[in-house]
Design a protein around this ligand. Structure first.
Ligand code: ACM
Length: 522
């Protein structure tokens, strides 16, 4: 008897197997008042070739049960019927995702390759997520990801019950969001003349321009597509550092007046924006256009890795410090972040920022701290009463190397194997129960300096993102052996059917290696 526990990934809260199967064939009906039913009908019509209309001799029926926990669902499969109760639209969508997983890998194809009836194993599943923030950052600034690939990535996130796409839209190497008021941000900042191939310290420049950007309508489409899949898109405009592409477009934003160009290197850049009234206004205008497109209550203002050298040399920066009674350039960093936070708060939004923002001054009310340099910043912020999202680079940076295999492509960062990611615990040890309630969840990062194509992104993300999905969705107890069995027997075949070019557990395929391109392991 196949238990849903043996099949579903992420693992559900409760599951019981029962005798028998529910046969799904051309006579099966699919009914219910929820958009998830239409989504499932579209997927399964394509994969099975069956009509799955509203009436038939046996039925899969969706209904709402508001007594269930948020985003939760209950699934009951008997030989005669499939009954789904869902807390809300998102819960119904996750139930639909689980049903598709129970049908087997062929249910993930876009056209029918399996002939005859399908069999759903009988039993019940009761399920809801452990955390409300189940995130993944996609860096579309270092390497632009075409919109069709963003849609595909959203589908993959949804298949793993992940619900926050953190879209890193700007950096030194590219500005990717159309801002109508400042068109040079994309006309100039949206592309670079060449790129460094390999680690920032060791790589060599190619001769190939790289660029691309999303129009506001492109982004509205991405937001809507994500929303239909229960995913909130949190946009990031990274300030006051990581801004060379913006300064290249509008040199008056910088501190030196130099014509910098969009950066062609990787790493931390000394160029930061200046702290004039005009620059503050410029970025307030930018955020106004951002919130016009992105309905997310939470907006990311970046705030990471801000070298202070240019402010130290700047009479204008010193004048601002004196005016504001600030005693260090680091406090100027905090001041700049607060200018953005207050502006956004007046418009009903609140910020998330990288954990440096907790060091450089008082956190604005409602600010969420993204704990990336380790876990301590998250622990301190949660204890101080702030909400946190855990994303420590030592644990969940998926651009970092996933093995010590000699042929690992461009191996950078910390070694984080599939087993390491699966073992990650978002609530740091020692956090008291009250502070732990402020851990909203966790987020993986896919920085793309070395992930220059969707194929490279697949390799870095999977199957580790599948392990991470279980970390943020499933109850805290882990069973690594059972996970690996489920992954190997059921989930990798699903990823194959979806066309995901994940890293094979034994090591890269020859075409996934990058001989001669230098990485730099930490
Ligand atoms: C970061 O990785 N610089 C947030």
């Amino acid at each position: 008897m196949l238990s849903p526990f043996d099949v579903l990934l992420p693992r559900p809260v409760e599951a019981t197997a029962a005798e028998g199967i529910f046969p799904l064939d051309e006579t099966t009906a699919l009914t219910g008042p929820l958009p998830a039913v239409e989504w499932l009908r579209t997927q399964l019509r394509a994969a099975t070739g069956f009509p799955l209309t509203e009436s038939g001799s046996s039925a899969i029926t969706f209904s709402v049960d508001e007594s269930l926990p948020a985003e939760g669902y209950r699934l009951e499969i008997t030989p005669a019927a499939v009954r789904v109760s869902a807390a809300d639209g998102t819960g119904a969508f996750y139930a639909a995702q689980s049903l598709r997983q129970l049908m087997g890998p062929a249910a993930f194809r876009r056209a029918a390759v399996h002939s005859g009836r399908w069999e759903l194993p009988c039993g019940t599943v009761v399920d809801h997520p452990r955390f409300g923030w189940r995130g993944c950052l996609l860096d579309v600034a270092r390497h632009f990801l075409p919109r069709s690939d963003v849609f595909r990535f959203l589908d993959l996130m949804a298949a793993h019950k992940l619900n926050v796409l953190h879209l890193h839209l700007t950096d030194d190497q590219g500005w990717r969001m159309e801002i109508e008021r400042y068109p040079r941000l994309t006309a100039v900042g949206g592309w670079r003349e060449r790129s460094t191939v390999g680690h920032g310290k060791l790589g060599a420049l190619d001769d190939r321009p790289h660029g691309g950007f999303y129009t506001k309508d492109d982004l509205r489409e991405i937001v809507a597509y994500a929303g239909e899949r229960g995913i909130t898109v949190v946009p990031e405009i990274d300030v006051p550092g990581h801004t060379q592409a913006a300064i290249a477009a509008y040199p008056e934003l910088g501190n030196t007046g130099a014509d910098l160009g969009v950066w062609t290197g990787w790493g931390i850049n000394p160029n930061v924006v200046n702290v004039s009234d005009e620059t503050v206004k410029f970025f307030r205008d930018v955020f106004d256009e951002v919130i016009e497109v992105f309905p997310s209550e939470v907006i990311c203002v970046g705030g990471d890795e801000v070298p202070l050298g240019q402010w130290r040399e700047s009479p204008d920066a010193r004048a601002r410090m004196a005016e504001q009674g600030l005693t260090s350039e680091a406090q100027l960093h905090g001041w700049f972040i607060r200018q953005m936070a207050v502006h956004l708060a007046e418009r009903g939004r609140r910020i998330i920022g990288w954990d440096e923002i907790a060091e450089v001054g008082d956190l604005p009310p409602g600010a969420i701290v993204a704990s990336w340099r380790g876990e301590q910043a998250g622990v301190d912020a949660a204890r101080a009463g702030h909400q946190v999202v855990m994303c420590p680079e030592q644990h969940v940076y998926l651009d970092h190397r996933q093995a010590d295999h000699p042929e690992e492509p461009i191996p950078v960062g910390y070694l984080r194997t599939l087993a390491d990611v699966y073992a990650y615990e978002p609530v740091p040890a020692g956090l008291d129960a009250d502070a732990a309630t402020r851990v909203l969840g966790a987020q993986t990062q896919l920085w793309t300096e070395h992930l220059d194509t969707p194929r490279r992104l697949d390799y870095a993300a999977f199957p580790r993102l599948s392990a991470f999905a279980e970390v943020v969705w499933s109850p805290a107890e882990r069973d690594p052996e059972a996970f690996l069995r489920r992954l190997t027997d059921h989930h990798l075949p699903r990823l194959d059917a979806l066309g995901v070019e994940y890293r094979p557990l034994a090591g890269p395929h020859p075409w996934q290696t990058r001989p001669g391109v230098p990485g730099l392991p930490r």
